[in-house]
Ligand binder design. Structure first.
Ligand SMILES: [Ca+2]
Ligand SMILES: [Ca+2]
Length: 228
């Protein structure tokens, strides 16, 4: 925050001199977070990412969530997406640097976001908010359909409008993962509701070129960190 003094009142006194009163007001100023940027993305690994139905064991490769009323989901069942970020990965532009997992860093800020999203139908109106829950699993599979969120893990609203933003502050989750030597940061995305049973798709789909594939570089984790 930068303090800006704004003239509030200009008054002329009887002897012809002018006095000015000021009052402090605050204006938000965009500032870069402290530290260096470590830009990570999701793995794009089929063993770590995909979608499951929310009410029965099923799995597929695309990373999407919402109401998917096709013949695989005869009861207008909901789907939820899973993805993973490897904190041990070395960012492309930082080959000369130690990765976050092997190094010793002060983490100033970590923001998880995406712009690789397509919204079909009206999920935010019909199903509610798109929620992000931190989870842990070894292998992506249909058995994750009823996986509980990680105890003490991060939960947040990733988006509540089709125009976004699609993002969450995950600073504490990154700090805790590094402290606990947990190499993988894993998340589930799901809407508040399963389905509005209108026979229409109401979904958020995350992809670059193939909606049914698992692709890397969809979710961005921007970590600002300083080596200790
Ligand atoms: Ca629907
Ligand atoms: Ca609908």
């Amino acid at each position: 925050m930068r303090l800006i003094l704004v003239p509030l009142l200009v008054a002329c006194s009887g002897d012809g001199t002018t006095t000015t009163q000021t009052t402090p007001t605050t204006t938000p100023v965009e500032t870069e977070p402290e530290g260096e940027l470590y830009a990570l993305t999701n793995t794009g690994n089929r063993n770590r990412e995909g979608h499951t139905a929310r009410s029965f064991p099923y799995e597929g490769g695309g990373v999407f969530a919402g109401d998917e009323p096709d013949n695989l989901f005869p009861s207008n069942d909901g789907v939820q997406a899973f993805f993973t970020i490897n904190l041990k990965a070395t960012p492309e532009d930082r080959k000369d640097k130690e990765n976050l997992f092997d190094g010793d860093f002060t983490i100033h800020q970590a923001l998880l976001s995406t712009r690789q999203v397509e919204v079909r139908g009206t999920p935010f109106e019909d199903l509610g908010a798109l929620n992000l829950h931190e989870v842990q699993f070894d292998q992506f599979s249909r058995e994750l359909w009823d996986l509980e969120p990680l105890e003490g893990g991060l939960s947040c609203v990733f988006a509540d409008h089709r125009d976004g933003p699609f993002e969450c502050d995950v600073t504490e989750a990154v700090r805790r993962s590094l402290r606990d030597e947990q190499r993988l940061l894993q998340f589930r995305l799901s809407f508040d509701g399963l389905s509005d049973a209108d026979g229409q798709r109401d979904m958020a789909l995350f992809y670059r070129s193939d909606v049914n594939a698992t692709e890397d570089d969809i979710f961005d984790l921007d970590v600002y960190a300083t080596p200790r």
